[in-house]
Design a protein around this ligand. Structure first.
Ligand SMILES: *Cc1c(COP(=O)(O)O)cnc(C)c1O
Length: 494
């Protein structure tokens, strides 16, 4: 199976291997790589996957997309990446939290957010790609993060031979815990830098660096090339397809559903990566009926799904779910490509770059409406969900997960749909402990991370996750803050 750019309108688009797509990250025309076909999952496939542990499911699904990779190596890598040491208690447990509602907890990895699910395996996929393509240069991973990707990428890539990593985060756009996790990162090949502005400023800066030919040359002269760990990279997206399939297997195994029963999926969304992975799982044949796209006050996707117009020219809100404070949802491009083809995608992306908005053709919106429902939660609604969910269901939800729960509730009251629903629970509540405490009615006594974590532990009678507790005693290593226009200098400073 090969990969093509979402913006390649040639009669015969240029095809590259999975290894090449993962090594490059972004296509030369700034498009995103997509597989030339979506493999299908048969009933027999799904029943066979249900008998395997998580890592076995991951290896099988990845092998369907990464056909140039050695399947034995994939299995060995998945076994390592999703091991009990890295994900104590299992990689993606499914926890019932209400009538017909299940939280798919994706945050039991080393950084306590769902990004670990992809970023524990992705460095291994890139390492293999460098070997398979006989790459002589070092890879330099550039990441713009709204908080969780940066830390998960640093943990995944630290001390991986042949690879360096630089992470940029918006200086005031991440939680105290997220910031502490990044600026205390260990490893000899890691670099972390804060940027003035919001996430979109940092992400645009990184995208420009990727697209700049003279910077690519300058990097090569210095012995390296740029690659990405954001969900614009297929190597980041493919591993995310697995956990929706895994959740379906777990529902089968526990007798909650029979094969063929459809489920709904709700995903708290920012860059549209996680939910797009669910869309691919559905395209493969996983019995998913509706997909609920959940947004916070930055409801650009809700508006798009409802009106067909994507308009990023609007006020930007800083919310307590910062990983969803995004006005340019990069992976929506992949959905446009799947449903409308490269010409429509290229046109829409050109308009987005030029005018900050575009209207998708009615034919594309019609397809979107058969699958996707868009809802959003205000900050007040999110806080109330955190409080109600803890009071009535004894479930402690982080603000991102709470947005998801709030959106499922809105969808159900609008539709009366009783289909069993899998909700992607995307972060440990301890990553956003101050806002969770405040939502529960007990604002923390100080802004000091240890005090905040201990406060939440006391209120909720739950334990602080070990990786976060360990971060509290690490020394700070990175303190630089730059303007977006100086990101390049930071990378080349050595
Ligand atoms: C990244 C993130 C999201 C959004 O995921 P996308 O793939 O960007 O849509 C939601 N919640 C948490 C906690 C995250 O870290």
């Amino acid at each position: 199976m090969n990969y093509v750019s979402t913006r390649d309108t040639a009669a015969k688009p240029k095809e590259v291997s999975a290894a090449y797509a993962i090594k490059r990250g972004l296509a030369p025309d700034k498009g995103l790589y997509m597989p030339t076909e979506i493999p299908s999952l048969t009933k027999e496939d799904i029943l066979a996957l249900a008998k395997k542990p998580y890592y076995g499911r991951a290896a099988e699904v990845l092998a369907m997309f990464l056909t140039d990779y050695d399947s034995e190596k994939l299995l060995a890598d998945c076994k390592e990446a999703y091991s009990e040491t890295r994900f104590p208690g299992g990689a993606a447990p499914l926890v019932p939290i209400g009538d017909n509602l299940y939280a798919l907890e994706l945050w039991h990895g080393p950084t306590c957010a769902f990004k670990d699910m992809a970023l524990q395996i992705m460095p291994r996929l890139l390492s293999s790609a460098l070997t398979m393509t006989e790459e002589k240069l070092r890879a330099h991973i550039l990441v713009a993060t709204s908080g969780d990707t940066g830390k998960a990428a640093l943990e995944g890539y630290k001390d991986v031979p042949g690879i360096d990593i630089t992470v940029f985060f918006p200086v005031d756009g991440v939680s105290a815990m997220q910031k502490l996790q990044m600026i205390t990162q260990t490893g000899d090949n890691v670099n972390v830098c804060a940027v003035h502005g919001n996430f979109d400023d940092a992400q645009s800066g990184v995208k420009e660096i990727f697209a700049n030919a003279s910077l690519a040359q300058r990097a090569e002269n210095n012995g390296f090339f740029f690659s990405s760990a954001n969900s614009i990279n297929w190597g980041r997206l493919a591993p995310q397809i697995v956990y929706y399939i895994s959740a379906y297997c777990d529902l089968l195994n526990s007798g909650e559903i029979c094969y063929g029963d459809k489920i709904n999926v709700c995903v708290p969304t920012g860059n549209f990566g996680n939910i797009f992975a669910a869309f691919i799982a559905r395209e493969m044949g996983l019995p998913i009926a509706k997909m609920i796209c959940a947004s916070n006050a930055n409801c650009v996707l809700t508006d798009f799904i409802r009106t067909g117009t994507y308009d990023r020219t609007r006020e930007f809100y800083k919310t307590m779910s910062p990983s969803m404070d995004i006005l340019i949802s990069s992976n929506l491009e992949r959905l446009l490509y799947l449903l409308g083809g490269p010409q429509i995608t290229a046109d829409c992306m050109e308009k987005l770059a030029r005018d900050g908005k575009y209207t998708a053709p009615a034919s594309v919106m019609e397809k979107i409406h058969t699958v996707l429902e868009g809802f959003c939660c205000t900050e007040e609604q999110t806080a109330k969900v955190i409080q109600d969910t803890f009071a009535s269901r004894k479930y402690l939800a982080d603000p991102h997960t709470a947005v998801g729960i709030g959106c499922v509730e809105q969808y159900i009251s609008a539709s009366r749909d009783t289909t069993k629903t899998v909700l992607a629970s995307t972060a440990s509540p301890y990553k956003f402990a101050a806002d969770v405490c405040t939502s529960l009615g007990t604002a923390p006594a100080s802004s000091e991370p240890r005090c905040i974590l201990e406060g939440l532990s006391q209120i909720s009678q739950t334990e602080i996750p070990a990786p976060l507790a360990a971060t509290l005693s690490l020394p700070v290593r990175f303190q630089t803050v730059v303007d977006a226009k100086n990101m390049v200098d930071f990378i080349f400073k050595k």
